[in-house]
Design a protein around this ligand. Sequence first.
Ligand code: ADP
Length: 479
Amino acid sequence: MSKKNKKSVYLQYIIPVVLIAIATLVKFYAIAGFGYKIPYLLYFLVIAICGIYFGIRSAAMALLSAMLFSFSIYLVPEIYKGIPANTYILPLSFFLIALLLTMVIVSRLRVNLINKEKEEQFKFLADAIPEKIWTADKTGKANYYNQEWYEYTGYKTFQELHDQVWLLIHPDDLKKAETTYSKYLLEGTSYETEVRIKASDGNYRWHLNRTKPKKDSQGNIVLWIGICIDVHDQKLVADAIKESERQSNELLEKMDEFISIASHELKTPIASIQGYLQIMERLVNQNNEKIYIDFLAKARKQLTKLSALIQDLLDVSKIQEGKMQFNFTKFIMSELVQEVIESVSTHHPSHQFEIRTNNNQAMVTADRFRMEQVLSNLLSNAVKYSPDANKVIVDFSMVGNKMQVAVTDFGIGIPEKNKQYIFNRFYRVEDTSYKFTGLGIGLYICSEIINRHQGEIWFTSELDKGSTFSFTIPAERSQ
Ligand code: ADP
């Protein structure tokens, strides 16, 4: 205990004694003219004052001293001869009653004082918070608004604000706010609602109003407390995000629709052109016109590319519509790998393909056409994205009962920040997309095909060093 505290504790006990002594003296000497009686009323006053200001211990001290003083008056009759020494019953009963009364009054007054102190603390805290806080009595009638309310609305007094508070709510939100408030007032439960509240400049801002009832130990509501949090900026941002999400979804839907229509429209004439070209090639061939043959071969090569592109677009539509069909057969993986390498090599003679395997005769049950598509995509990407290298490694090996394929290139690699999006539809690494042609759908289709084979697809990549795209599929179909 500090020195100062010790001093005030002493005072708590000394002051009652001194006050009681003064009361006795006042009664006997200063106002003797009013009648010679024990100063019960003055004592009572002193006890009450001590109790209120210093607590119950101080009141008890005052009571004890009053008792001693008055008894000593009785016990020493020469001090005051007006009262017979045996009438101690009267002061004794006074003290008992005084004791009870003092305790009741003191405890009530102290409770009031404590409550007032708590109330002030609450208001201090509430005023320091930069959100709008209000309280209401159990009937829902508001009885307090914190400082922020006055600052936000521009009203100066409680009554002004109280009279206008419902009118500050945006007319479009008012009905909802009123019904919610009466509903929860009746139910006696917490609730949240979003409303726009008018500021002093006449503009409305969105607020999240959280209201909670405070209940006593019997579960009766004693007060309602509400906090209105300004969520205007977050709400605008969230609304803008929602709107842009809606727009981009709409755009994607439109794009899918367009791809589907366009690819169907393009496919038929291209197939006819390809047919005519083949016939022409044959005819020109017979006449041995070398130059025509070269041009026709080039035109056919471009058409094949175009067909593949349209096929990819059609596949995206099929995936979106959940209509991609699979036709599972059993085949030798090495044969397929060879075929794909040959086809990719004819289009990209710049690169050498190195095959690695732990089982050259391994069989898999899968959709051969779709597997060819995946391999072709990975191999073409490996070549396309390694313009300064000349080697691609294709490793296909049995790992347990799975076929694992890995295509490694020594090219540009993929930056860390882009890695998570690589399998997304229409995604291309923006830093390099302008250098390489493509639509950003190849890997999306690959991942869908592998997933539909109950397999997994992933990659590792290091910027400027190269990438390895791998996938596994079960060698056997489970059903
Ligand atoms: P694209 O037609 O653009 O090649 P893909 O879906 O096949 O579409 O690939 C998506 C993106 O992933 C590419 O645009 C490219 O940025 C990146 N990518 C794919 N494969 C590789 C690779 N082997 N090396 C580096 N980047 C790659």
